[in-house]
Design a protein around this ligand. Structure first.
Ligand SMILES: Nc1nc2c(ncn2[C@@H]2O[C@H](COP(=O)(O)OP(=O)(O)OP(=O)(O)O)[C@@H](O)[C@H]2O)c(=O)[nH]1
Ligand SMILES: [Mg+2]
Length: 243
């Protein structure tokens, strides 16, 4: 479902919750929504788990996962106890993952809005941040701007060091490109400098972070980027986050 003017008129309240609007119906600022997409197995869930651990003490956050036929990613996050269960929601897409994050975003939008409502109505205070993980997809997958505010595209060095050169909207336009599993580069013969050059050629000034979740800095630089997005979001939203 693409959000259009006709639907805006039919469901005015629903669309005040859409990603185009920074405020909820009650006037409070809604959570920043950050989408994580990328090829199968590149490390999206591992990055989400690490972000939760890095940010949960200072931010109120929640996660929406997307899987095609299972709830594996949500089950992993629950098993790892990265957040309390009520902060993790699974969407079972039943079709190519990109359809649920780009073409018909209704299930994801509902999941995001339900989380926001649950946390504002239980007096826990509004959520600061919602991470939406797409199911693993191909290089053409991107999130609808009606669903998320900023997107991270996660690729990994073992998927081939020619991926940045191949481009595609995820690599070229995502707000942040993460090249994950740099610890594996020596074992798979990936040329990290070449990947950095190709990414720069494709993305210009858009940021790229090389990451190893097995390494010392781990998710730190990506967590810093998310915090900076949140600061910018708060500065740009002229409303109080308190009710
Ligand atoms: N060596 C290494 N392994 C990693 C790193 N990040 C993730 N992994 C491993 O890569 C595998 C896939 O990671 P996931 O986080 O499940 O990947 P995903 O992108 O969520 O996969 P799908 O949701 O199935 O598309 C897991 O076994 C992770 O432990 C890393 O930085 N280095
Ligand atoms: Mg995953």
């Amino acid at each position: 479902m693409h959000l259009d003017h006709e639907l805006d008129e039919m469901f005015p309240e629903r669309h005040t919750h859409g990603a185009a609007h920074p405020t909820r119906a009650d006037g409070t600022r809604r959570a920043l929504r950050v989408g994580l997409g990328g090829p199968v197995g590149s490390g999206k869930t591992a990055t989400v788990a690490a972000l939760c651990r890095a940010l949960r003490d200072t931010l109120s956050l929640a996660v929406v996962t997307n899987d095609i036929y299972t709830c594996e990613d949500a089950a992993f996050l629950l098993r790892e106890a990265v957040l309390p269960p009520e902060r993790i929601t699974a969407v079972e897409t039943g079709a190519c993952p990109h359809t649920a994050i780009r073409d018909d975003i209704s299930a994801n939008l509902e999941a995001v809005e339900d989380l926001e409502t649950a946390f504002s109505s239980e007096g826990v205070g509004p959520l600061d941040l919602i991470l939406v993980e797409s199911g693993g997809d191909n290089l053409t997958a991107t999130f609808s701007k009606g669903l998320i505010d900023a997107q991270i595209f996660v690729i990994d060095v073992a998927g081939g060091d020619d991926i940045p050169r191949k481009g595609g909207p995820g690599v070229t336009t995502a707000d942040l490109l993460v090249v994950n599993k740099t610890d594996l580069a020596p074992y798979v013969g990936s040329d990290l400098e070449g990947m950095a050059r190709d990414a720069k050629a494709q993305r210009g000034e858009l940021p790229v972070i090389f990451q190893s979740l097995r390494g010392e800095s781990g998710v730190g630089p990506v967590a810093d980027w998310v915090r900076a997005q949140l600061d910018a979001w708060r500065a740009a939203s002229p409303v109080s986050s308190a009710a």
